[in-house]
Design a binder for this molecule. Structure first.
Ligand code: HEC
Length: 339
């Protein structure tokens, strides 16, 4: 057994980046203000994952899936061996570690792809049109996969430490330096010629970097700059509700604003709280001050799509006994814009 180069630079660097990017994504996942950073980290992470997956087919010997992905039977055998304290000898990943490598990569793909879908959906006023329930389900998958990561990483690290102990060598340092004590009969770069390897590397970089650059350019990222103007979202919604829809109408919006409806608490309209002049400060029945609703008097209005949708849902239910359609929302906004 000799000190042998096992992990090439691409494997080690992508491994390091996985750690850094996952940690960064976790630290930026809670605050809404950090979501633009979170989304960018996730996008770069997807790029590195794609690079690593392609490298798993065209890379150096031990970087390849074919080198370490084994049948369930062999995995069980290797697991039994580890439990007996006699790990088999594997130059690259051992078959149990390989299961973890594939699971981690699959989880990273799930997390990043669902995250990108969420970032382009209604919650962040993105251009992807999908119902709230679909968006919600995608977000649940994103969060479940994200929370599976620390658990998987814990077992991954525990497995590496156990293997290091059993094999009496520092496998963590190995992933940094690239060297392991191993049987050197099959050195690192033996697969294919130099030209093939260079072509493989360029392909992997092209796929990873290409997807990142393309999405980075195409996707609106983060709340502020994402905000496809609310009106154009409602326009798309109105067209989906009714294909003959042509344009929003301030008069219809004004009618919606003033129309009185019978409710549990007597007659009410939008004007009940927002007053007959939407450029003025309003007041709820319990006396709560409401800032002016018209954007001309209150520039903060309708800059946050999630907030607007939330209040449309709530207030329309209260006044009309049902939620407002996209057309009604668009009409309402168009009316307010004339004030
Ligand atoms: C019972 C009082 C009440 C009534 C009636 C009412 N609203 Fe409101 N509305 C509020 C309050 C309270 C807020 C939130 C406080 C704030 O944003 O200043 C709000 C906020 C909103 C917002 C959020 C705007 C933004 O900042 O994005 C919209 C949209 C809205 N209302 C639409 C309507 C419509 C449409 C009607 C009539 C169908 C209506 N409201 C009737 C109390 C009311």
């Amino acid at each position: 057994m000799k000190k042998t180069k096992v992990w090439d630079l691409a494997v080690r660097l992508s491994h390091l980046l996985f750690g850094v990017l996952v940690l960064g994504a976790f630290l930026t996942s809670e605050e809404d203000d950090f979501i633009p950073i979170h989304t960018r980290l996730g996008l770069v992470l997807l790029g590195v994952v794609l690079f690593r997956v392609v490298w798993g087919f065209v890379g150096t010997k031990h970087a390849r899936f074919a080198d370490f992905v084994r049948s369930p039977k062999e995995v069980l055998e290797a697991l039994r061996g580890m439990m007996r304290g006699q790990p088999g000898h594997f130059v690259g990943h051992n078959p149990v570690g390989a299961v973890m490598v594939v699971t981690l990569l699959a989880t990273l793909v799930t997390v990043t792809v669902t995250g990108i879908i969420v970032s382009q959906g209604p919650e962040w006023s993105g251009p992807l049109l999908m119902s709230k329930s679909v968006a919600h389900s995608v977000k649940e998958v994103h969060e479940a996969a994200a929370w599976a990561l620390p658990v998987l990483i814990f077992f991954h690290v525990a497995g590496v430490l156990l293997s290091s102990f059993l094999e009496k060598q520092n496998l963590v340092a190995g992933m940094v330096t690239g060297f392991k004590r191993a049987d050197p009969s099959t050195p690192l770069g033996e697969t294919g010629g130099r030209l093939a390897r260079t072509a493989g590397f360029l392909t992997a970089v092209l796929v990873g970097l290409g997807v990142v650059l393309l999405l980075w350019r195409l996707m609106p990222i983060g709340s502020a700059e994402a905000a496809t103007p609310l009106l154009s979202r409602y326009e798309a919604g109105a067209r989906a509700e009714d294909p003959t829809f042509t344009r929003f109408d301030a008069a219809r919006g004004r009618a919606l604003y003033f129309e009185e409806h019978d409710g549990r608490t007597g007659k009410s309209s939008c004007a009940t709280c927002h007053t007959s002049d939407a450029t003025k400060t309003g007041r709820s029945p319990v006396g709560k001050i409401i800032d002016p609703l018209a954007p001309s008097a209150n520039p903060e209005r309708f800059t946050d799509a999630a907030k607007a949708d939330k209040w449309f849902d709530r207030n329309c239910k209260q006044v009309l006994g049902r939620t407002c359609t996209s057309r009604e929302r668009g009409d309402f906004l168009t009316y307010l814009d004339t004030l």
